[in-house]
Design a protein around this ligand. Structure first.
Ligand SMILES: [Zn+2]
Length: 301
């Protein structure tokens, strides 16, 4: 009889656990962290690996702090420490299962934030960096040393690309997807060919793209399968004269088998957004859309 009762108790506890996990899948990461502090059973359910494949901080509002509505938000010392605590707590709840981190677009990221979360997420595969912050050479190297299995990065101007690619060379030899969000110059192209020879997916959409850099990448990255050039301006400077090129100019100069994505109004996210100038448009306009959206699904979030 005792065995039956204890068996039923296990079934009930397990059922409650499963139901809590299902409910918790609907919560934001902030609400999930709060729920984890309610009681022992909620804490246990909040640690389910099913809840922690992806740490999405794009919607973030912490107690006692204003919403981060513009870049360079939460730069002060108090906010910075709160972010560190929050990142440490959420990543410890995850038990190291997080494979994708999307930082908040506006929150200012520092070395201590990046390093503290990197140390607790050794299985990371995809990283989406925020638009503002100050990450040093040591900061990015320390983080990537923990993220040796990293395959995909959305790169913003908050990390100097030379520091980033130096760290990639040392620790992350499996990078296959990259997205640039500010510009694409010849130096970027050389770094890609040198440090990410296995690259398969590249997004350089809605930005200035250097013609020689683009051709260099297309001719030298043999595993490249798709390049997103939607709404980018392809240009180059010769004798102080700036020339603009079409996609046909590019195709006539390279020998490639990879797919090139350019604006096709029906499927183009930017054109669709232009047609929907309403409340769905993001507060920071096109910049945040470039960072968040992509016609290549594995780079959108
Ligand atoms: Zn378009």
């Amino acid at each position: 009889m005792k065995k039956i009762i204890s068996g039923n108790k296990y079934s009930n506890d397990h059922l409650i656990y499963e139901i809590l996990v299902i409910i918790f899948t609907t919560l934001s990461v902030v609400d999930l962290a709060i729920a984890s502090m309610v009681c022992k059973s909620w804490n246990l359910a909040s640690r389910s690996p099913k809840l922690w494949k992806r740490l999405d901080l794009s919607i973030l509002s912490l107690k006692g702090m204003n919403e981060p509505l513009r870049p360079f938000a939460w730069m002060d010392e108090y906010s910075s420490q709160k972010i560190t605590q929050f990142l440490k707590y959420t990543s410890s709840l995850s038990g190291g299962t997080i494979s994708c981190i999307i930082f908040n677009y506006n929150v200012y990221l520092r070395d201590m934030h990046l390093i503290s979360i990197a140390e607790r997420t050794p299985n990371l595969k995809r990283l989406v960096l925020p638009i503002s912050g100050n990450i040093s050479k040591i900061g990015i190297e320390t983080a990537l040393r923990s993220w040796r299995g990293l395959k995909s990065i959305t790169i913003t101007s908050m990390v100097h690309y030379i520091n980033l690619f130096d760290a990639i060379e040392k620790y992350c030899t499996n990078i296959v997807c990259l997205k640039f969000t500010y510009c694409f110059e010849q130096d970027h192209a050389k770094s890609l060919v040198k440090y990410t020879p296995n690259l398969k997916v590249l997004s350089i959409r809605s930005m200035r793209v250097n013609m020689r850099g683009l051709c260099y990448v297309l001719n030298n990255l043999e595993h490249l399968k798709v390049v997103n050039l939607s709404h980018s301006i392809i240009l180059d400077k010769f004798d102080d004269e700036l020339r603009i090129y079409s996609i046909f100019d590019v195709l006539s100069r390279v020998n490639i088998s990879c797919k090139i994505i350019v604006c096709q109004r029906r499927s183009c996210l930017r054109c669709k957004n232009e047609n929907m100038r309403n409340s769905r448009r993001l507060s920071n306009g096109s910049l945040e859309e470039i960072w968040r959206e992509d016609e290549i699904i594995c780079l959108a979030h």
